[in-house]
Each structure stands twice: as structure tokens, then as C-alpha cells.
Design a protein around this ligand. Structure first.
Ligand code: TYM
Length: 360
């Protein structure tokens, strides 16, 4: 199963410790010293196909072999303009979708960031070690402010809070999509700075990025990534969209005028995106799909992509409908309590190391 996610750096530099998932294949639930996974999602809007193929599918499959902690990062969501009532609803909604996708509270810890204030405390401590030069290079800050998000200190130090999320629990692996690569680099950098200055408390975490569909692109502009915040609804498929909507979105996906189905990110980004999506949903290689569909015409190819996506997403809506908000609140209450129990002693070690052991 994990073979499908074998890493391809596709020409990008190997600066981050992105691991080959196969390295961990032999791990089983009974391993005594299991590696820890941490990842997070912002409760902003609806979960889309990119989130699922880039990250959440791995969240689910990794539960069998790792100690998994998944967090709804509501403190991060406060860095852009937001409505407090909507934020409260989105936290529940996001958790509900994650449960429907297969995040299993018996095997994973699922909670919201604001339930564990140690995240914010550790972010402050790491922030005192984060050079302005490093934060000035963050492309997400530049992209978000260019899109009109008001710049504020929280948005600027967003990657430091993300580093705190990961390091708080001493995580080893972080399953994310390609867009989080730079944030993982900062996390590694801050962990090394901390360890050099105060002693080896933090493992240096690796990102875990899928081979195909690590960056699912927009259906209206295949040069930019599929995003929750894109004003155009047609740019994305939501996990809970109706079947006819999903088919329509794929049929109307922007492609090009050359009718040959071929994988070429530069000249045929729309088709390359659809090939990656279909490959991720079927487990077939892109080459294999090109062999089958090269002469089929875009109409038939898009129908086949839609079939594959519909099959992959089919189980989720019934599971979502079966969950109540009460169920979800209970899971988060339990998860938050367990996360606090874990985080407290870890953070006490950090406090001691940096000289603020104090009295609480
Ligand atoms: P967020 O909420 O934007 O996205 C959640 C996950 O979905 C992935 N993703 C994509 N993957 C492929 N194609 C796309 N178009 C696409 N869009 C989003 C993201 O890479 C992510 O894995 N900063 C994080 C949340 C965070 C976090 C953390 C993650 C906070 N603390 C600690 C890991 C560890 C974010 O905004 O994800």
C-alpha cells in the first residue's frame, strides 16, 4: 500500500529530510519503539481533494504503523481575518470530515490546538531563536499578503507555531503536501538551534510527502494549487461534493487544445494534474495511464478521471452523515485531554532546559 507513495523529488533539491516512505514499511503496531507522527490542518473552509490526496490519505494509512497525533490548528486560523462563530463551527466540521475520512480516535489522537496552550508557550520559546532572515524568506507569508491577507505578527511567525506543534510532541514524521515543505525546513532548523543551545531534546523531524498528488492543482488555473481560499468554486472538488458536481468540475477542468493525453507539467499542466489525480486514486502509474488514454480524447479521459475520483471518495459521505456534532465534540474533548497529558511533561522539560522551570 505504502509503495504508492514512494518518494519522487522530481528535480527539487534534497535539502529537507523528506523520507522514502518504504523505509518505514516494516514497522508494525506491536513495535515497542514506534515512531511518532504529527500533522495539522487549519479549520478554514471545506476540505478538498488536494488536502485529501496530499495529506489526509496518508494520515489514515499511517495510523496502523505509527503513533499518530492529528491537530486542528485553530490558533493558526486566527492569523487571517476570521469570524469567531464560524471558527467554532469549522473546528467541529473539520473534525467531522477527518473522522469520516478514517481518522480513528481509537488509534490516533485528534484534538484542537487551542485545547493545549503548551503549543503557544513553546512557540514563544522557539520564536526567541528564529532569525528574522529565515522568516523573511517564507513564501507562504509573501503569497498570503500578496493575496490581500493583512500582515500581522501572528501570520509572520506562523511557521514558528507550526514548528512548536511538531516539536512539542517530539514527532519524527510529518505527513503533509508539498506546500508545507519550507515550513518543515524551518522546524528542522529551529530544532537544531534549540538542541545545540540547550541540549538534545528534539528529534529532527522529516516530512512525509506523497509521490503523486503532493500538489494538486486548481481546475481553473493549473498553474496554482487547489486551495480552500480560492474564490472560484470551480477550482476545486470538496470531499463532500455531490457526485454530479464532482463530474462537472472534472469535465470543465482547464486543459489545452492539443488532444493528446501526455504527462508534461510545463506545456500540459491541466492534463498532468488530472493524470496525477487519477494515478493517486487508482494506484496505477502515470505511464500506464498515458499508455491507455493517449489517443482516447480529453472527453473520455476526463470521464475516466471522474470515475476514479468518485470511487475513491464514495465511502466518505455516508460516514460523515452518520456522525453527530455530539460525537465529534466527545472525540475532541477526549483527544484534548490526552494531548494535554502528553504535552505537559514534555513542555516541563523544555522549561527546565531554557531556565524557566518556575512554579505553576
Ligand atoms: P492546510 O490546512 O492548508 O492543509 C492541510 C494539508 O493539506 C495539504 N494540502 C495539499 N496537498 C496537495 N495539494 C494541495 N492543493 C493541497 N492543499 C493543501 C497541506 O500540505 C497540508 O498537509 N500549515 C498547515 C497546518 C499545520 C501543520 C502543523 C501541518 C499547522 N501546524 C504541523 C503539519 C504539522 C496548513 O495550513 O495546512
Amino acid at each position: 500500500m505504502l509503495d504508492r507513495y514512494a518518494l519522487s523529488l522530481r528535480g527539487r533539491s534534497r535539502t529537507v529530510g523528506i523520507i522514502v516512505p518504504d523505509d518505514h514499511k516494516e514497522q508494525t503496531v506491536s513495535d515497542t519503539n514506534r515512531q511518532r507522527i504529527f500533522s495539522g490542518v487549519q479549520p478554514t473552509g471545506n476540505i478538498h481533494l488536494g488536502n485529501y490526496l496530499g495529506a489526509f490519505r496518508n494520515w489514515v494509512s499511517l495510523q496502523d504503523s505509527f503513533d499518530t497525533i492529528y491537530c486542528i490548528v485553530d490558533l493558526h486560523a486566527m492569523t487571517a481575518d476570521y469570524d469567531p462563530v464560524a471558527l467554532e463551527k469549522s473546528r467541529i466540521e473539520t473534525a467531522k470530515v477527518l473522522l469520516a475520512l478514517g481518522v480513528d480516535p481509537d488509534r490516533s489522537l485528534l484534538y484542537t490546538q487551542s485545547q493545549v496552550m503548551e503549543h503557544a508557550e513553546l512557540a514563544w520559546i522557539l520564536g526567541t531563536m528564529a532569525p528574522m532572515g529565515v522568516l523573511n524568506r517564507m513564501t507562504q507569508f509573501k503569497d498570503k499578503t500578496a493575496m490581500g491577507v493583512a500582515s500581522n505578527l501572528g501570520l509572520y511567525s506562523y511557521p514558528v507555531l507550526m514548528a512548536a506543534d511538531i516539536l512539542l510532541y517530539r514527532a519524527n514524521l510529518v505527513p503533509v503536501g508539498e506546500d508545507q515543505r519550507q515550513h518543515i525546513e524551518v522546524t528542522r532548523d529551529l530544532a537544531e538551534r534549540f538542541n545545540n543551545r540547550f541540549g538534545d531534546l528534539f528529534p529532527i523531524p522529516d516530512g512525509y510527502i506523497p509521490e503523486t498528488s503532493a500538489r494538486v492543482m486548481s481546475f481553473t488555473d493549473p498553474a496554482s494549487k487547489m486551495s480552500k481560499s480560492d474564490a472560484k468554486e470551480k477550482s476545486r472538488i470538496l470531499i463532500l461534493d455531490d457526485q454530479d458536481v464532482i463530474r462537472k468540475r472534472i469535465r470543465s477542468a482547464v486543459t489545452d487544445s492539443d488532444p493528446e493525453v501526455r504527462y508534461d507539467v510545463d506545456t500540459k499542466p491541466g492534463i498532468a494534474n488530472l493524470l496525477e489525480i487519477m494515478s493517486a486514486c487508482t494506484g496505477r502509474s502515470v505511464d500506464d495511464l498515458v499508455d491507455e488514454y493517449s489517443g482516447a480524447g480529453y472527453g473520455a479521459f476526463k470521464d475516466a478521471v471522474a470515475d476514479a475520483v468518485l470511487e475513491e471518495l464514495a465511502p466518505f459521505k455516508p460516514r460523515y452523515k452518520a456522525l453527530t456534532n455530539g460525537d465529534v465534540r466527545a472525540v475532541l474533548a477526549e483527544g484534548g485531554g490526552r494531548a494535554r497529558e502528553l504535552a505537559g511533561p514534555y513542555e516541563a522539560e523544555v522549561r527546565k532546559a531554557v531556565g524557566i522551570k518556575g512554579y505553576r
